[in-house]
Design a protein around this ligand. Structure first.
Ligand code: DON
Length: 309
């Protein structure tokens, strides 16, 4: 399949923008309220290094839950599958991303998967390093490499805004600590997690990171294996089964690609062996996924025959 064009992508973005009026910018992290609900931008990154884009793609977005895929990859590289899956399970929940219910009703507070908040906190707990600063630095170095050595950092205002209002995530941590899933200081873990969620990049960087997963961990532009094949495949599988939270089933039917969303309105997509996608549309649907981004991916899937199923 040849590369698409900017004009084609612009036309799809224009069509997808029609649903933005039904969405709402996230407000439970106060700093995210500043986003413009009318924005929708997208980039596609191809293995030959070519990219196409539509909209204001230079805006930085915080990764929020998209970071969960990246910490999962690093934790698997740091600790191996056995250790990681002793702390977190493999199964979708059907519950909202920040739900506490399964931690309480299951025999042990082991989160069902690494894409919900509880599971992501358990995974972040595993990132190696002597201090929060060192662990964050290692994560940033890893993400910089995935994004082609771009100067990536985190948004301090978004991180502290989330940290100050993260009582639900605090509660998840205490549940898990009572059962030994995590054993570090909860405030330190939240400090690291909120900074991880506030790591920012633009749509083009995001599409490049999506491409690395699409290519089974290999950077085709620089011809370097950045993530072991089995780790990249495992991450992609979680993107399919849990990447859109309790909308993952419908998304698999309507779009059919590995993808991960975040409450900032970002979506990273990985079309196996074809291209990476980065989308930013801060107006969210009721579940917490970018409403315009979901529509755009549906239109792209139809136009470019993306479904892997
Ligand atoms: O922990 C949180 O609630 C946020 N930092 C991330 C949640 C998120 O992005 C869910 N996405 N749709």
């Amino acid at each position: 399949m040849p590369c698409s064009t900017n004009d084609e992508l612009n036309a799809l973005v224009k069509e997808a923008k029609k649903v933005l009026q039904y969405g709402k910018v996230a407000d439970y992290i106060p700093a995210l309220q500043k986003a413009n609900a009318e924005d929708l931008s997208a980039a596609i990154f191809y293995p030959n290094g070519r990219c196409i884009s539509a909209g204001d793609i230079e805006q930085n977005i915080t990764l929020q839950s998209i970071s969960k895929v990246l910490t999962l990859a690093l934790a698997l590289m740091d600790c191996g599958e056995e250790k990681v899956f002793s702390k977190v399970g493999y199964e979708p929940t059907g519950d909202p991303f920040n739900s506490i219910i399964k931690l309480e009703t299951s025999q042990s507070a082991k989160p069902l998967n690494p894409m919900i908040n509880a599971g992501a906190l358990a995974v972040t707990h595993l990132i190696k390093g002597e201090s929060v600063e060192e662990r964050l630095q290692r994560l940033l170095d890893f993400i910089r490499a995935l994004a082609g050595d771009r100067a990536i950092s985190y948004d301090g205002e978004v991180a502290s805004s989330e940290y100050q209002t993260a009582d639900l995530n605090r509660a998840l941590c205490y549940y898990m600590r009572k059962d030994g899933i995590i054993d570090e200081d909860v405030e330190e873990l939240l400090d690291l997690y909120t900074k991880q969620c506030a790591i920012q990049m633009d749509c083009l960087d995001l599409s490049r990171v999506g491409l690395i997963f699409a290519m089974d961990g290999r950077d085709p532009v620089r011809e370097k294996q950045l993530i072991p094949v089995e780790v990249a495949r495992l991450c992609k599988t979680f993107m399919v089964t849990c990447g859109m939270y309790n909308a993952s089933g419908e998304f698999a039917i309507r779009v059919g690609i590995p993808a991960k969303s975040g409450v900032s309105g970002g979506i990273m997509g990985s079309v196996p062996n074809r291209f990476g996608i980065g989308i930013f549309g801060p107006a969210l649907d009721e579940i917490g996924n970018s409403i315009g981004g979901m529509k755009l991916l549906e239109l792209m899937s139809e136009q470019y025959d993306l479904s892997i199923f």
